[in-house]
Write a protein that binds this ligand. Structure first.
Ligand SMILES: Cc1cc2nc3c(=O)[nH]c(=O)nc-3n(C[C@H](O)[C@H](O)[C@H](O)COP(=O)(O)O)c2cc1C
Length: 370
C-alpha cells in the first residue's frame, strides 16, 4: 500500500453543500425492500451507513408512487411507513458525517402488470413497448405494451414527483435527484420512439421535454434548485426502443441548455455502457459524452460509468467535473474513500449479489480495517 494524494479526496461544493470528498456513490438499485409495503429496512440502513464516507450518496431509485413501480424489491418514497424507513437511513448516514440525496424514480413502461395490485398495465407516454427486460418476482421478463397516459395521468405523475420530493424532505434527505435518464418514464417522454403523443407533451423536442421540466418545476416548489440534481442524457446502452435516433442529440442538447438556467445541484452524466459504433451518438463514446455536455451545459457535473480512480482524478484535476460517481466500486468497497486515500487494492465484484434479497453480496464486503 502506498499513500497517494488524490483530488478525489478534495472537498467539492455542490450549491450550498460542501462534500468532504469528490467521490459520489452512484444510485444503485439493490432490491432488498422485498416487503409488501416497499419499506426500507435495517439491512438497508447498515448498507448505507457502511458507505457514508462517500462525499455524497445518491440513493437507489425510489418510486414516487405506486404507478412508478417496476423492479422487484425496490423501495418507495410515498407512504408514511416508507418515510420512516428512510429516516432511519438518513439519520445513520448523517451520524457518520455523510450526505444523502434521494433518487426520485418513475419506471413508466419499464414495468410489468404483476407490480400493480389489480394487474393493470404500466403507464407511459404512448402505447409503445420499450423492449426492456424487467426484474420481476420470477426473474427477468420482457416489458409489455403499456397504456398511454391521459392528461390526468400526466398531471398525477407530476404531482407524484412533487409529493415524493416532500416525503424526501420529511425523511431527512439532503436533496433529491430526478431520474430523467436511462430507460425510465421521463426518458420515455423525451424519446421520439416511445413518445408518439400529438398533444403538448409530444411531437417537437420542446414538447417531448415538457414533462421533464414540469416535473422539475414541481420538485422546485419543495426544494431549492441547489438541492436538486438531474440524471439525464442519452440512454448509452443501445437496446430496445430507446436506442439513439437522429433526434437524440438535438433533444439532449435542448435539455442540457434549458437545465443550465436552473442553477441545479448537479447533472449526473453516464458514459457509454455499450459499443456506440455506427450509432448517431458514436462520438459520445468514452469522454465524448463529457465533451458534448460541456458544450451545452453550464453547471456542476458529476461524471459516471466505467471511470477508474485514476481517470476520475484526471477529470477533476482538469477542472472538467465537480464529482465522480462510482457505482459498482461502492457496491464492493464500503470503504472506497479510504482505499483511494491509501492506494489500496479494491475488492472483487460479486454481481450475483447485486439484486439478491439478503446480506450476501450486500453488507458483507470486507473493509480494510474492521
Ligand atoms: C446493481 C446496479 C443497480 C443500479 N441501479 C440504478 C438506479 O437505481 N438508478 C440509476 O440511476 N442508476 C442505477 N444503476 C446505474 C449506476 O448508477 C451506474 O450508472 C453504473 O453502475 C455505472 O457506473 P460504474 O461504472 O461506476 O459502476 C445501477 C447499476 C448497477 C450495477
Amino acid at each position: 500500500m502506498t499513500t497517494q494524494p488524490s483530488s478525489l479526496l478534495h472537498r467539492s461544493l455542490l450549491g450550498d453543500l460542501e462534500l468532504r470528498n469528490s467521490a459520489v456513490m452512484a444510485p444503485l438499485t439493490r432490491a432488498r425492500a422485498t416487503n409488501p409495503g416497499h419499506v426500507p429496512n435495517d439491512l438497508m440502513r447498515l448498507y448505507y451507513q457502511q458507505r457514508a464516507t462517500a462525499g455524497l450518496i445518491i440513493s437507489e431509485g425510489t418510486w414516487v408512487s405506486e404507478d412508478g413501480q417496476g423492479w422487484y424489491g425496490a423501495p418507495g418514497l410515498y407512504t408514511a411507513e416508507q418515510v420512516e424507513g428512510w429516516k432511519a437511513i438518513t439519520d445513520a448516514v448523517h451520524a457518520e458525517g455523510g450526505l444523502i440525496f434521494a433518487q426520485l424514480w418513475h419506471q413508466g413502461a419499464v414495468s410489468l402488470p404483476e407490480f400493480f395490485s389489480d394487474g393493470r398495465l404500466p403507464i407511459a407516454p404512448s402505447a409503445v413497448n420499450p423492449g426492456q427486460l424487467v426484474h420481476g418476482s420470477n426473474g427477468l421478463e420482457m416489458t409489455v405494451e403499456p397504456r398511454a397516459m391521459t392528461r390526468d395521468d400526466i398531471k398525477k405523475a407530476i404531482a407524484d414527483f412533487r409529493h415524493a420530493a416532500e416525503m424526501a424532505k420529511e425523511a431527512g434527505f439532503d436533496g433529491v435527484q430526478i431520474q430523467a435518464g436511462y430507460v425510465y418514464l421521463i426518458q420515455q417522454f423525451l424519446h421520439e420512439t416511445t413518445n408518439l403523443r400529438t398533444d403538448e407533451y409530444g411531437g417537437s423536442i420542446e414538447n417531448r421535454a415538457r414533462f421533464l421540466f414540469d416535473v422539475l418545476e414541481a420538485v422546485l416548489e419543495v426544494w431549492p434548485s441547489h438541492r436538486v440534481g438531474v440524471k439525464t442524457g442519452p440512454m448509452m446502452n443501445e437496446h430496445g426502443a430507446l436506442k439513439a435516433t437522429e433526434s437524440t442529440l438535438p433533444t439532449v442538447e435542448y435539455v442540457y441548455k434549458k437545465l443550465s438556467g436552473y442553477n441545479l445541484s448537479h447533472l449526473l452524466v453516464m458514459r457509454q455502457q455499450a459499443d456506440l459504433t455506427g450509432t448517431p451518438i458514436a462520438h459520445l463514446a468514452g469522454d465524448g459524452v463529457l465533451d458534448h455536455v460541456l458544450q451545452h451545459y453550464s453547471g456542476n457535473i458529476i461524471i459516471n460509468t466505467n471511470v477508474t480512480i485514476e481517470h476520475g482524478q484526471q477529470l477533476l484535476d482538469a477542472g472538467l467535473v465537480d464529482g465522480v460517481a462510482f457505482g459498482r466500486e461502492f457496491i464492493a468497497n464500503p470503504d472506497l474513500v479510504e482505499r483511494i486515500r491509501l492506494g489500496a487494492a479494491l475488492n472483487e465484484q460479486r454481481p450475483e449479489g447485486y439484486y439478491r434479497a439478503g446480506p450476501e453480496g450486500y453488507t458483507d464486503y470486507p473493509r480494510l480495517i474492521d
